[in-house]
Ligand binder design. Structure first.
Ligand code: NAD
Ligand code: TYD
Length: 355
């Protein structure tokens, strides 16, 4: 049984907003959406459900204990889904403190309030309650070309301030199960892409730079490998884990789509060459530019999602080829969203990172 009323944190960000849209528009129930609206949070992502009675947006921080306590008492959610985080590796290299604050300290405060709420529930509600923590494959560290993909049994070996802060939050969630019996679930997903992706990340950045006639910056030699999953498939995996996951378990989520960064950008350019050819008929590939590598850049991530398929019957709908085409089409059709998101703070970031 899927929970009816859920509290989602970070539901105005990339994955959170896709999840909230699917939940509300799919008729799964009501969402209380708690988001601090940092640079990465965008209410325009949620415009389609702005006036829907099943969506209540609350601007606030997961570390604001009084606010979280108030929301839990007022709405009595059956589940909390924690998407809220600082999520960009390059920003974590410039400003790690924000990552410790939200991802570690914020998750701790959230867990404390949830523990207090849960421990006072009646037995039947207690049994039904879930805390689902959304995490990343980056906690497992880096792989060589010949290593097998990450399973849930891989030891944690995070290499960036971002992945270290996510690893710390995963450990706290695990400890709250072990020590207090809190009914937790954790998902560790590979790189997502799709609609509403903030254009600081590789795919939307290169897509928008391509059509703006700007360079497509590839770090180092471009041979780093990531395992790509269409965001809607991540959302369906989270719903499935919420519905049927074993308490205290972690589930790897991935789409078996390993690609080098250079291959990803080349595919992107080929789709753009077809859907929106350059006026001079040259390929967008001519805009590819190799730039200085990211410090401590992880070479390869790959997710083994066998457990989620075997135990919960989940599988992704999209291949990389179908998902990336949908993504390019979405960005071409949503130029107002793009225009609004690429102003102000975004421009400051691009100047700081790429010049
Ligand atoms: P995002 O950066 O697009 O969105 C994060 C959201 O959290 C934003 O809306 C932001 O306003 C909000 N937020 C930040 N700090 C907050 C705070 N203190 N209190 C309340 N809200 C706050 O991130 P995303 O890509 O949507 O990622 C969502 C989650 O999924 C993260 O936990 C991330 O670690 C995880 N994840 C992301 C990917 C990926 O490829 N993007 C892959 C696997 C896991
Ligand atoms: P990113 O989208 O930042 O996700 P993550 O670091 O969480 O995997 O980056 C994906 C890959 O693309 C990563 O190997 C870094 C690389 N990359 C570039 O080559 N150029 C860029 O401008 C960016 C943002 C990323």
């Amino acid at each position: 049984m899927l929970s009816n009323v859920i509290l989602v944190t970070g539901g105005a960000g990339f994955i959170g907003s896709n999840f909230v849209l699917d939940w509300v528009q799919g008729g799964f129930g009501k969402v209380i959406n708690l988001d601090a609206l940092t640079y990465a949070g965008n209410l325009e992502n949620l415009a389609a459900i702005e006036n829907d009675a099943n969506h209540v947006f609350v601007k606030g921080d997961i570390g604001d204990r009084a606010l979280v306590a108030k929301l839990l008492m007022e709405y009595q959610p059956d589940a909390i889904l924690n998407f809220a985080a600082e999520s960009h590796v390059d920003r974590s290299i410039h400003s790690p403190g924000d990552f410790i604050q939200t991802n570690v300290v914020g998750t701790f405060h959230l867990l404390e309030e949830v523990r207090s709420y849960w421990s006072n529930l009646a037995d039947e509600e207690k049994l039904k309650f879930r805390f689902l923590h959304v995490s990343t494959d980056e906690v497992y560290g880096t792989l060589s070309l010949t290593d097998p993909a990450f399973t849930e049994n891989n030891p944690y070996a995070p290499n960036s301030p971002y992945s270290a802060s996510k690893a710390a939050s995963d450990h706290l969630v695990r400890a709250y199960r072990h020590t207090y019996g809190l009914p937790v679930l954790t998902t560790n997903c590979s790189n997502n892409y799709g609609p509403y992706h903030f254009p600081e990340k590789l795919i939307p950045l290169c897509l928008l730079n391509a059509i703006a006639a700007k360079p497509l910056p590839i770090y180092g030699d471009g041979q780093q490998i990531r395992d790509w999953l269409y965001v809607k498939d991540h959302c369906s995996a989270i719903r499935r884990v919420l519905e049927a996951g074993q308490l205290g378990e972690t589930y790897n989520v991935g789409g078996w789509n390993e690609k080098s960064n250079l291959d990803v950008v080349n595919i992107l350019c080929e789709i753009l060459d077809e859907l929106k050819p350059r006026t001079d008929s040259a390929s967008y590939k001519t805009q590819i530019t190799f730039v200085k590598d990211r410090p401590g850049h992880d070479r390869r991530y790959a997710i083994d999602a066998t457990k989620l398929g075997r135990e919960l019957g989940w599988k992704p709908k999209e291949t990389f080829e179908t998902g990336i085409r949908k993504t390019v089409q979405w960005y071409l059709e949503n130029q107002v969203w793009v225009k609004n998101v690429t102003s102000g703070e975004y421009r400051n970031w691009v100047t700081k990172q790429y010049t």
